[in-house]
Ligand binder design. Structure first.
Ligand SMILES: CC(C)(COP(=O)(O)OP(=O)(O)OC[C@H]1O[C@@H](n2cnc3c(N)ncnc32)[C@H](O)[C@@H]1OP(=O)(O)O)[C@@H](O)C(=O)NCCC(=O)NCCS
Length: 322
């Protein structure tokens, strides 16, 4: 069994449903402590990651235990040819004991088992500890991801934009619709597949997925977490993943997709729209500002291997691997 630097045995095992509240507490405490909050355990308020991620894929969540006590966890996301991990956290009383390194190993094993082509993570650009930790495992720091937001306007004009919601797709047509979504994302980056996130939002009632249409063809989608209990939190519509088909007219399609997201936010009584823009996706990043977004926080993505993946010019995509 692996040991901490001070010699305690560490058990790394799958996270189970009964562990979720403890893992949720440590996640808040760890981030709140790192960020220097006066009451660290209250970090993120009514935003939920631990429970939602575990439910999305219980086979891709891991924890560390010392003397029967849960002391850290990590979650791995499978987007087809793309995979990432996080939130990764360890209890502050155990920091620098080597536990996070042990929790990265099962994430790497997932990527290998899934045949992930582009693995990655997002972290604090300013933290030498974080960047060095991940670099040991072959993740290389690349471009910034800006976490951006804009207030939802009191009126949103979506005239002429053809969009529907996944929640309106009848149960017997959902499998086919998911396949259409997969084909569309695959056209942007080979093998990219976010069906697990669409299903997670639908089955856990976390928000909705917007489907953008042109001439009967799906040309965009946006997976939105809405409000308390989701990855968004009260008053917020968080575009966890959004993309439009590349090529001619992509910028216009992207603007339409964002407008549809804002309309959804308005319909759900939410005040703020948020999403991530990687600066390597330069046209989409520029457009976010023109669409009224401002940057709230800057992070860095790290890639394994050190290749662009879908974080490159010409790709009109919103995500932040948080
Ligand atoms: C980030 C976090 C997960 C790290 O957990 P941890 O258990 O302390 O990490 P480990 O002890 O396994 O590894 C830390 C490594 O960073 C190295 N490190 C620390 N400071 C460093 C520095 N200034 N320069 C280079 N390396 C540094 C340590 O030496 C250690 O490697 P080593 O054991 O080979 O020496 C933990 O601090 C945490 O939960 N932070 C708050 C939440 C968070 O930020 N999560 C990650 C978001 S991406």
């Amino acid at each position: 069994m692996p040991k901490t630097k001070s010699g305690a045995d560490v058990l790394i095992r799958p996270l189970e449903e009964g562990d979720l509240d403890a893992a949720d507490h440590i996640t808040r405490l760890a981030f709140g402590t790192f960020l220097g909050l006066p009451e660290p355990a209250t970090f993120m308020g009514d935003t939920k990651y631990v429970h939602t991620r575990w439910k999305a894929n219980p086979d891709a969540a891991f924890c560390a235990e010392v003397d029967g006590e849960l002391i850290g966890s990590n979650f791995v996301s499978n987007w087809g040819s793309v995979g990432f991990f996080g939130p990764l956290t360890t209890h502050p009383k155990m920091w620098d004991q080597g536990v996070a390194k042990l929790l990265i190993e099962p994430a790497i094993a997932c990527f290998e088992a899934w045949g992930t082509r582009q693995a990655g993570l997002m972290t604090f650009a300013e933290s030498i500890k974080h960047v060095n930790l991940y670099q040991r495992f072959g993740f290389y720091p690349r471009f910034l991801t800006a976490i951006m937001s804009k207030p939802v306007a009191p009126k949103v004009n979506d005239e002429g934009i053809q969009w529907t919601k996944f929640s309106d797709v009848p149960a017997d047509k959902r499998a086919r619709m998911l396949e259409i979504c997969r084909e569309m994302t695959d056209s942007v980056y080979q093998g990219l597949d976010v069906r697990i996130e669409i299903m997670s939002v639908a089955s856990q009632h976390l928000g909705d997925t917007i489907l953008l249409w042109e001439g009967g063809k799906l040309t965009g989608l946006a997976i939105c977490h809405c409000g308390a209990g989701s990855e968004a939190g009260s008053g917020i519509c968080y575009i966890k993943f959004g993309v439009v088909t590349s090529g001619n007219g992509a910028a216009e399609r992207f603007a339409k997709l964002v407008t549809a997201c804002e309309k959804l936010a308005l319909q759900k009584g939410l005040q703020k729209l948020t999403g991530g823009a990687n600066t390597a996706r330069q046209e989409a990043y520029d457009l976010m500002f023109k669409l009224g977004f401002k940057t709230n926080r800057q992070t860095v993505v790290m890639h394994r291997p050190n290749e662009p993946g879908y974080n490159r010019p010409g790709v009109f995509l919103i995500d932040d691997w948080r």
